[in-house]
Design a protein around this ligand. Sequence first.
Ligand SMILES: *[C@@H]1O[C@H](CO)[C@@H](O)[C@H](O)[C@H]1NC(C)=O
Ligand SMILES: *[C@@H]1O[C@H](CO)[C@@H](O)[C@H](O)[C@H]1NC(C)=O
Ligand SMILES: *[C@@H]1O[C@H](CO)[C@@H](O)[C@H](O)[C@H]1NC(C)=O
Length: 435
Amino acid sequence: MKPKHCLVFFAFLCSQALATFKLQEHFQWNILDYEYPSEEARLQAILTGRFKPENNLPVGIEIWNDKMFISVPRWMEGVIPATLNYVPLNIPVKNPRLIPYPDWESNELGNCEKGLSTVYRIKADKCDRLWVLDTGTFGIENTTQNPCPYALNVFDLRTNQRLRRYELRPEDTNANTFIANIAVDLGDTCDDAFAYMSDELGYGLIAYSFRENKSWRFTHSYFLPDPLRGDYTIDKLNFQWGEEGIFGMSLTPPKADGFKLLYFSPLASHREFVVSTQTLRNSSKVGNSWNEFYALAERGPNSHTTSRVMDDKGLQFFNLIDQNAIGCWNSEKEYKAENHGIVDKDDEELIFPADVKVDRNENLWVISDRMSNFLLSSLNYNDINFRVMFAPIDVLVKDTVCECRPNDLSGLRIPHRFGQFPVQLYSPYPGKSLF
Ligand SMILES: *[C@@H]1O[C@H](CO)[C@@H](O)[C@H](O)[C@H]1NC(C)=O
Ligand SMILES: *[C@@H]1O[C@H](CO)[C@@H](O)[C@H](O)[C@H]1NC(C)=O
Ligand SMILES: *[C@@H]1O[C@H](CO)[C@@H](O)[C@H](O)[C@H]1NC(C)=O
């Protein structure tokens, strides 16, 4: 098939695919519950108000072996029992109770040294470690208090021991800082690892070197929100989140030069940006790398996104919160709306798909949680509010524009208004020039 035909053909099929339901439901909850040491302890926590089920919203997931990790931010003081939890993936119930990870003690609010106060997104790496950023806070927006500093925690998933706790330096954050996302860049060895953390409201990108046990902070105008993109309508609820900057991030597989590309987008924006990890890994680049960040195209209307992930083949998946949908983009192609597909859309089951992750078996996992209803209105606890869904990636991209490969080179030139992106970096074939 010739490239041109390929695109047209799949664009047609893509619109057809919208009607099908590709993600399968794995878990579903009306309301969250926790596995206490005893039923008595659970009832006691509910009776004394230390656990208020209706204040618990799951926001982040990760999959490792037969565990699904689920984070619950402490948006209210004292009523969210544990912020980092897991459930066994193969448990034969649809609405399992959350089990604190690694244990109850490690989830103590305000215990800076040993506890976790609020965790948003989590990332497992190929060295069987779980990277967990603790904001050290409780509350939300103007009720936020920070008993502890931001701290990056790394757990050994095999032993359930904490390998490291690193407090961000005062210079890594500012008075507006709010960091909810983390990307992990693993090199050739387990020691050669970096974490990138996006400061959504303080507009920065913090890099942490595991080997050096050091962090540094980039600032860039591309981390700022687009003033024209601050309006949202989700599940008929209209609201403005105009100040939210750099948020979702995804890393490509290694390029020919050994480095990866970090794609990111501010939340109040429809635009994608990209930077090489060669820049981010180098602390001397702070302050003199403005031209090493590149602006790509806008995704098109209603394309706010908070979470994205890329698989080992360079397929990016991203949540489309205004569309109750999950989008895809094959990074072998130019970043533009025509090359984006929708792998699933559901106005009931995918209301606010808060997190997307890929497991080691090439399945895409999604959690939807009706976050905007929770924050701005309220949830009906007679309804199913939270869902975990998954599907094999090859099933999801079938018949979408993202499937069209591997020989479609039609879109590899990257035009944009802000400079010439080194296009050869996009080659999926190391060492082979495409032009
Ligand atoms: C926080 O903001 C909300 C609305 O923006 C307001 O109603 C409330 O009084 C504020 N609370 C505090 C503690 O400032
Ligand atoms: C990392 O650095 C922090 C201080 O910045 C220190 O408290 C901690 O012990 C260090 N950890 C390792 C493993 O070197
Ligand atoms: C880091 O960046 C500085 C400044 O651009 C450059 O001189 C240096 O060679 C870079 N280091 C590495 C290891 O690439």
